[in-house]
Design a protein around this ligand. Structure first.
Ligand code: FAD
Length: 410
């Protein structure tokens, strides 16, 4: 039997950060990861707020040294109208810049750092079963060679992302309130030479006719980019089935993307990911907590996934550490509620993006500077900063602001 204070399922961003923070707190940790790293993952545009968690985990210097593409904001385009948000010009204190990363590389870097800091990561071990016996948790893992191994710990963090191990095993899965959407995406050698193009910002484009269909252009260092399209599943009906033809055809439909990517070399597998929005009935239970995507995943539009994953790791580790010291922890009050605060902020932004209200806010040119700095703070990931009125009452504020922007734009 392999034993540790805390067992973690998955070595993605939430698992790596949680394991490093626990190790720093003097806890023994075993991370069980199904795949061998480096491995592909989606989610390449980071938000400045996640830099705080990377810093807390003691992983900043290697990240800075890695030479990733700098990111300081977001540009939005719809029917030839542009608006730009600079994340350094925001109301919340904290980092205003970050990176755009090839996730295979970035996740490997975080995992290697977690190991260097003392976490024990075991690759190619897939969790099959989980059992809670009195105050212990037992896991059954299967190695890539078919060997079965047992693990025993005092607490379990599920950081298995879209693998959703505990939601499946403990029947915690709950359908997301968002419709099923599908993303088609790939990496290209972008060959972008347009003088107005700002590589330091993610570019988000809106489909000229279907405003709930959107595009991303995430530049990496080295002249490469990630490109992707997100739409309701039904939007793809009737499009070419060959993935390369399909994505090239979609890029052609958005004039700015078509122009910027006119010389792009499509040299990488095109992938489709569908039905990723997910929810759970509870983010914790006796002896376990769900981190990152193993809990709730909303939507990719504001690149919030890695930041939420790392925030969940930092909150959960503080609570686990106290529990292992024998303190009584109220997981709802100390973990689920504070985590949901920021998730609910993003939820309001996502909902109003797709119904068009937040798009009208984004493309409104005469925004009051202070309001723009509040919006920029959320787009930079500071969705938990209660001093920001858009965190305090996200939906009401967005509804009011959208009305004002729409009225004044007429
Ligand atoms: P993951 O990164 O998914 O890591 C989970 C790990 O668990 C994996 O390594 C997996 O192999 C392992 N695992 C799974 N099952 C098992 C098992 N049974 N046993 C052992 N190990 C297991 N986020 C952003 O921040 N920026 C973006 O630009 C962005 N774009 C996105 C675009 C799309 C189309 C989608 C769908 C998502 C996007 N996201 C983005 C979200 C982002 O991908 C995730 O939120 C983020 O990766 C979550 O991190 P995690 O640590 O929770 O899980």
């Amino acid at each position: 039997m392999n034993e540790a204070d805390v067992l973690i399922i998955g070595a993605g961003p939430s698992g790596a950060v949680a394991s490093a923070l626990l190790t720093a707190a003097g806890r023994s940790v075993i991370v069980l990861e199904k795949q061998q790293f480096p491995r592909f993952s989606i989610g390449e545009s980071l938000l400045p707020h996640c830099m705080r968690f990377i810093e807390m985990a003691g992983m900043m210097q290697p990240l800075v040294d890695a030479g990733y593409q700098h990111k300081n904001g977001a540009v939005f385009v719809r029917n030839g109208q542009f608006n730009s948000f600079d994340f350094r010009d925001k109301v919340s204190p904290g980092w205003g810049t970050t990176y755009q990363v090839v996730r295979a590389d970035f996740d490997h870097l975080l995992a290697r750092e977690a190991e260097r800091l003392g976490a024990d990561i075991r690759y190619r071990q897939e969790i099959l079963e989980c059992e809670f016996v009195r105050d212990r948790v037992r896991l059954l893992a299967q190695t890539a060679d078919g060997e079965r191994l047992r693990y025993d710990g005092r607490f379990l963090l599920d950081a298995s992302g879209f693998g959703r191990v505990l939601p499946r095993l403990l029947k915690l899965d709950r359908p997301s309130q968002f419709p099923v959407r599908r993303s088609i995406n790939t990496h290209v050698e972008d060959r972008i030479t347009h003088p107005d193009y700002d590589r330091n910002k993610i570019l988000i484009g809106v489909h000229p006719e279907q405003h709930d269909v959107w595009y991303w252009l995430i530049p990496f260092s080295g002249g490469r980019s990630s490109i992707g399209v997100v739409a309701r599943d039904s939007f793809y009906q009737g499009l070419p089935t060959d993935p390369l033809t399909r994505i090239r055809g979609l890029i052609e439909q958005e004039p700015t993307f078509a122009l910027l990517l006119k010389d792009a070399v499509y040299d990488t597998q095109v992938r489709e990911i569908a039905g990723y929005a997910a929810d759970v009935s509870s983010l914790w239970g006796p002896g376990f907590a769900l981190l990152g995507n193993a809990g709730e995943f909303l939507d990719p539009v504001f690149s919030s996934g890695v930041t939420i994953a790392m925030k969940s790791a930092s909150l959960a580790v503080a609570a686990v550490d106290r529990q292992l010291d024998g303190e009584a922890v109220d997981w709802e009050a100390d973990y689920a509620k504070p985590l949901k605060r920021g998730v609910d902020t993003f939820r309001a932004f996502v909902e109003t993006w797709y119904d068009g209200r937040f798009q009208d806010i984004v493309f409104y040119k005469r925004q009051q500077p202070e309001v723009k700095r509040m919006i920029a703070a959320i787009l930079a990931g500071y969705a938990w900063d209660e001093a920001n009125p858009y965190v305090e009452e996200p939906m009401r504020r967005l509804e009011v602001l959208a009305k004002v922007c729409r009225a004044q734009a007429e």
